[in-house]
Design a protein around this ligand. Structure first.
Ligand SMILES: [Zn+2]
Length: 406
């Protein structure tokens, strides 16, 4: 692999065909034939690296190219601090709700990944918890109406739910005496038979209303009924249904974003988003999934505290650029919006990934020109300067590393 003299290249991401994904949104965005695609990854994760498409038609994996030319691609400050591309950019299409999950802190991910490596569990084994040694804070920006569960309700709201949903009432005293930890531990460690005994009467009550379309999406019963239809197995009601009542149920409108830090339990329920996160695939699951659940491990990483959801709105940086500010040091998401014939000049401090969400653009890096259409991506490396010309009205999402680093 040689070092290319240009610094801006087309980038081919990786489609992930998870079972919960939608059938047409991402496929039509990418111009692929209709096929379920749950996620489209753009980044350098070692399990699913994007590919650089060079001018001569050759390709290279982004993670390998960065590894070979770290200073030329990342620049010194980012290489010194992270040693690799620190973020991952995704487009998500959630048709069936995803598992309830939490991500570890950086410190814990390092300890636990090393432990699992030493114990010899294969990295792709179904009971493997840690796929890498990184944390995974994430920012999700809604592309349409987006529904999710986001952290524990406030004490007052949770008490009122446990008071009002008759079948959950026995849990009220558990919460009052033992708080968030005890409430969650009790349902996660509960005997499956007891889970069935508690939740079956509740499901019996709400299922008919769900099937007759009488429940609103703002009603937890809607999602509980849907979860039961999606995930219950004979004699095994998914205990993740408890969490639907414990967590904040949120609807994001297009253009609204939310940030989820280490330890904050969450689940995506329905919709499409752009997501940016630290370059990691570390997920601990707590239900609404046929996948491996390690309760002991899960309880270690959840922050047992109330979350008051904070919607993030775009912030204008200049004529054509808006950002979605968070406290993350590994990534920043921004967008560039251009009307036909407008252009933006960009200087990349480190490796940046651009995804064309709408329209057609021409990228001009001196004599080197690239044309990109909706659904295509490109990467720019450290110390590159280029123009983006809009051939018609265009919208791009941009993943970058905050600069200067705090
Ligand atoms: Zn997550």
């Amino acid at each position: 692999m040689d070092h290319a003299k240009n610094k801006v290249f087309k980038l081919i991401g990786k489609a992930q065909h998870y079972a919960w994904g939608g059938h047409s949104f991402i496929a039509s965005l990418l111009g692929h034939p209709n096929k379920p695609i749950a996620e489209y990854w753009m980044g350098a994760h070692h399990n699913a690296s994007s590919e650089i498409l060079f001018n001569d038609g050759k390709t290279a994996k982004l993670n390998e190219y960065i590894c070979k030319f770290p200073l030329e691609t990342l620049g010194e400050p980012v290489f010194e601090k992270f040693g690799k591309l620190p973020y991952l950019l995704k487009i998500l299409d959630v048709k069936d709700m995803l598992s309830i999950q939490v991500h570890p802190s950086k410190e814990n991910a390092e300890i636990e990944f090393a432990k699992e490596q030493a114990s010899g569990i294969a990295v792709d084994a179904p009971n493997r918890n840690y796929k890498d040694n990184n944390h995974k804070p994430e920012l999700a920006l809604a592309l349409g109406e987006f529904w999710l569960l986001h952290g524990f309700k406030s004490e007052q709201k949770l008490k009122s739910t446990l008071q009002n949903v008759y079948e959950l009432k026995p849990l009220l005293t558990v919460f009052e005496s033992g708080g968030y930890y005890e409430l969650y531990r009790v349902v996660m460690e509960m005997d499956q038979q007891v889970v069935n005994q508690m939740l079956q009467p509740l499901l019996d009550k709400i299922m008919t209303a769900y099937q007759k379309n009488q429940l609103e999406k703002t009603d937890e019963h809607f999602w509980a009924a849907r979860a039961a239809l999606t995930y219950n197995q004979p004699d095994k009601i998914d205990r993740g249904i408890f969490s639907i009542y414990f967590f904040n149920l949120l609807k994001l409108n297009p253009g609204e974003a939310i940030f989820q830090e280490a330890g904050l339990p969450h689940a995506y329920l329905e919709g499409q988003n752009v997501e940016i996160m630290s370059n990691s695939d570390n997920v601990l699951r707590g239900g609404l999934t046929p996948k491996h659940i390690d309760v002991k491990e899960l309880l270690k990483h959840i922050k047992f505290e109330e979350t008051i959801p904070r919607i993030i709105y775009e912030k204008k940086l200049d004529d054509h650029v808006w950002s979605y500010p968070t406290t993350a040091t590994d990534f920043e998401l921004s967008k560039i919006e251009l009307k036909k014939n407008e252009h933006a000049s960009v200087i990349s401090e480190s490796a940046e990934i651009f995804f064309v969400m709408k329209g057609n653009v021409e990228i001009k890096e001196q004599a080197h020109h690239l044309t990109l259409s909706k659904g295509e991506a490109f990467v720019s490396f450290h110390a590159s300067g280029f123009d983006i010309d809009a051939l018609d009205n265009a919208l791009l999402y941009v993943a970058s590393v905050p600069f200067p680093q705090p």
